[in-house]
Design a protein around this ligand. Structure first.
Ligand SMILES: Nc1ncnc2c1ncn2[C@@H]1O[C@H](COP(=O)(O)OP(=O)(O)OP(=O)(O)O)[C@@H](O)[C@H]1O
Ligand SMILES: [Mg+2]
Length: 433
């Protein structure tokens, strides 16, 4: 047994009453605010870093820095960047979007195609849903897609990643909740938060053209609201609410990402119905694999109920692919489970997101890989530059592959699913190295 520290005077714990709990909740809230302010000092609001000329050249059609500089010189109406230390040019994200538009390389959805709603999901907790959603949203934004992220988890981790405090800076009226409640409360009185459009919940973020419908703990109330409406409203289709909400703003975006909670809930059923495609994040570990099988059962249940209600309008996802997350390439069990998943389960992205100490360190600082400054000075501060570059490369590979899957949907490249091959035999036992 470990020794108790003797230098800290220990007093017996007190009894915990409801009053104490209320006081603790408010104290904890104060602590969260202080922690957020410390993490994103000195602004207490996130401010996006500038981008270097090599980064911008890459985002503007994979140009070399020389070609990029020559093109800029030819047109002084274009953003020329800010000269730093008389030797380096820095550009804002808005500059990047202006350049992409001026050079006709904004890779938007074709005008005759619908925006793609993509749900990042798995009913298991901690499988990198939020990390994937935040990085994918920022990647798509950097490449010129108009992107909306909807935080559908009452834990609101994604909202916090954008530097927003869910409980003090997000009123419930600015989440998806009013849509789940509907225009009228069960007692018959008007819902004061109802505006009839999701636009009233959308916030601009520190990322130009990347918008957010934030969340807070109050979103959990949507479960009770939907249950109440099922009882009180005749023919209420509880799973279509989010889809209807998204329809009010869809045209302004190319891609809409849904970050979902690790649970089977009415809100998640809505996310499944609203989604055109699914990215199922899954670490290749034994317990996660076990919950994946449950997850497919539950999706099948939801889709079966939707199909029964809808009659002949069958719900089909454009794609539903597994993204291996938190993958440890040198771990024999991870390798084996990954190869089983690839052989026996559904479509799996070729690239996996590796487990990296870089993300472990950035998470508590509310930073993503795309928000870390690439200049030499900050690279020293960020520690191991090679580890950072490896993590960034893996994230770009993953996001690039998801982007291609999205583009395939717009160019109608998705293929019919074939029945499982009769040759597929059950996998052998796991033998650890
Ligand atoms: N590739 C990775 N390498 C290291 N840490 C990671 C990686 N991906 C995610 N994490 C960390 O794992 C934790 C869980 O990730 P995340 O919050 O994205 O999961 P989640 O599925 O959204 O969880 P929840 O179900 O609670 O919403 C976070 O601390 C995150 O920083
Ligand atoms: Mg999450």
């Amino acid at each position: 047994m470990s020794e108790l520290p003797t230098d800290i005077p220990r007093k017996p714990f007190g009894r915990l009453t409801l009053e104490d709990l209320e006081e603790l909740a408010s104290k904890a809230q104060g602590l969260i605010e202080a922690a957020r302010d410390a993490a994103i000092d000195p602004h207490h609001r996130k401010v996006l870093r500038p981008f270097t000329a090599p980064e911008v050249a890459k985002l503007c059609g994979n140009l070399t820095v020389d070609t990029f500089s020559r093109r800029l010189k030819k047109d002084d109406q274009l953003p020329q960047g800010k000269l730093v230390n008389a030797r380096r040019r820095e550009f804002s994200l808005e500059d990047i979007h202006t350049l992409q538009a001026a050079w006709g390389i904004t890779p938007r959805r074709p005008p005759d195609k619908k925006p793609l709603v993509l749900s990042v999901c798995n009913f298991k907790g901690g499988v990198a849903k939020t990390t994937t959603t935040a990085h994918l949203g920022q990647y798509l934004c950097l490449h010129g897609y108009r992107t909306l992220i909807v935080d559908l988890d009452a834990q609101a981790s994604l909202t916090q990643t954008f530097g927003i405090l869910p409980h003090t800076e997000v009123p419930s009226s600015s989440t998806a909740r009013p849509f789940f409640e509907g225009p009228v409360h069960p007692g018959g009185e008007r819902n004061p938060d109802w505006t009839g459009t999701l636009a009233s919940a959308i916030q601009k973020t520190h990322w130009h053209q990347l918008d957010l419908v934030p969340s807070n703990l109050g979103l959990y109330g949507s479960e009770f609201a939907i249950a109440g409406r099922i009882r009180s409203e005749e023919n209420f289709m509880f799973y279509t609410v989010l889809d209807e909400a998204l329809n009010t703003v869809k045209d302004d975006y190319d891609v809409i990402l849904l970050d979902t909670a690790p649970s089977l809930s009415f809100v998640n059923s809505n996310a499944l119905y609203a989604a055109d495609a699914l990215v199922i994040t899954l670490p290749p570990a034994f317990l996660d694999l076990q919950s994946a099988s449950l997850f497919y059962d539950l999706i099948a249940d939801v889709v079966r109920s939707i199909n029964q209600v809808q009659g002949n309008a069958e719900k089909v996802f454009e794609f539903g692919a597994i993204l291996l997350t938190r993958f440890k390439p040198s771990d024999a069990i991870h390798q084996k489970i990954s190869s089983w998943i690839r052989s026996f389960l559904s479509d799996t992205f070729t690239h996996a997101m590796v487990q990296t100490v870089v993300l472990e360190k950035l998470g508590p600082r509310l930073l993503t890989l795309y928000e870390v400054d690439h200049t030499e000075e900050s690279a020293k501060y960020e520690g191991d530059r090679k580890a950072f570059e490896r993590a960034l490369e893996a994230m770009n590979d993953v996001n690039g592959e998801i982007e291609r899957a999205i583009q395939d949907v717009w160019s109608q490249q998705t293929i019919e699913r074939h029945p499982p091959s009769p040759a597929a035999v059950s996998p052998g036992p796991i033998v650890s190295a």
